[in-house]
Design a protein around this ligand. Structure first.
Ligand code: HEM
Length: 300
């Protein structure tokens, strides 16, 4: 097939975008001081709609720019991530939204101390909402291991990959005005580590019913010495996080990742790269062949 699209960006051009992302991560007024976690969630939700059987959904298209996907309650809060990236898209208009969202997560993970993740560009942006898959494909945090398998097997992941991916909950927090859940999983939510797995195993997590009726699991460190007026810090787990402990096949991986940070980093790096490629078909030279409009795609 002959392609008439623009040449793929040079290494130097990509480096400029990555630098711009690095600079933007520092957001002292936002959450825990970093845009990183919400950018990671943006990339994950952009790709996590994939269905391997029907070959629909996935990281191509940047469908969240449209109400049909962007207005999905499962994506509540991700407008913040998109807004953070908007000045970069304005400055480097050659990069597509779909590529920028994925690349920003890769840069953020590395900057927050995580592994290097392989990334390839070439995604295109939908020009209307007709190829956006139906809502309901992203996981529901109130459910358990059967649900996780149903959702992630649909994308083509196995048990080990489900646990590795869940390790992203080392980062960021839940917001009562977004998902309805509240709090962070680890003490330092802007540092990528295997702490999430260690904490899952280490503590006796207690069920807590929130005012909105949702149930999550919490742990309060009673031992910690507090200044006067200071409240003890409460960490949280979602019901889906807890199912990684109660399901024997998942639990094996929780233990391995808690014990071996390098193994977790290695597996996370591979599985996150796989996630970002969901729904993307490439030819032998890496050119995307299923783009909305191949003529607009990159050619190498
Ligand atoms: C946050 C659910 C898997 C990355 C959240 C939140 C929920 C959630 C409810 C809180 C959203 C908010 O209130 O702002 C789930 C469920 C999963 C899952 C049920 C199924 C296993 C993943 C995966 C990744 C990921 C696979 C990435 C690889 C994140 C990040 C945040 C987050 C980084 C923090 C966002 C922020 O700080 O704004 N997740 N998630 N999650 N999730 Fe997940």
């Amino acid at each position: 097939m002959s392609q008439t699209g623009p040449a793929a960006p040079s290494v130097a051009q990509l480096e400029q975008v990555k630098d711009a992302v690095r600079t933007l991560l520092h957001q002292p007024e936002y959450d825990d001081g970093s845009a990183g976690p919400v950018l990671v969630r943006l990339a994950w939700h952009s790709a996590g709609t994939y269905c391997a059987e029907t070959k629909t959904g996935g990281s191509n298209g940047a469908g969240m720019r449209y109400e049909k996907e962007g207005g999905d309650p499962a994506n509540a809060g991700l407008a913040h991530a998109r807004a953070f990236l908007e000045p970069i898209k304005e400055k480097f208009s050659w990069i597509t939204y779909a590529d920028l969202w994925c690349l920003a997560a890769v840069v953020a993970i590395k900057e927050m101390g995580g592994p290097e993740i392989a990334w390839q560009g070439g995604r295109t942006d939908f020009t209307d909402d007709t190829k956006i898959p139906p809502r309901g494909r992203l996981p529901d945090a109130a459910q358990g291991s059967d649900h996780l398998r149903h959702i992630f097997y649909r994308m083509g992941f196995n048990d080990q990959e489900i646990v590795a991916l869940s390790g992203a909950h080392n980062l960021g927090r839940c917001h009562s005005d977004r998902s309805g859940f509240e709090g962070k999983w680890v003490n330092n939510p802007t540092r990528f580590s295997n702490q999430y797995f260690k904490l899952l195993l280490a503590h006796d997590w207690k069920k807590k019913k929130l005012d909105n009726g949702l149930e999550q699991f919490v742990y309060v460190d009673e031992e910690i010495e507090l200044e006067e007026g200071e409240k003890p810090e409460e960490l949280m787990m979602l019901p889906t996080d807890m199912s990684l402990l109660s399901d024997p096949a998942f639990r094996t991986w929780v233990k391995r990742y808690a014990e071996d940070k390098d193994l977790f980093f290695d597996h996370f790096s591979k599985v996150f790269a796989k996630l970002l490629e969901l729904g993307i078909c490439r030819d032998a030279s890496g050119n995307v062949t299923n783009a909305e409009n191949v003529e607009d795609g990159y050619k190498s």
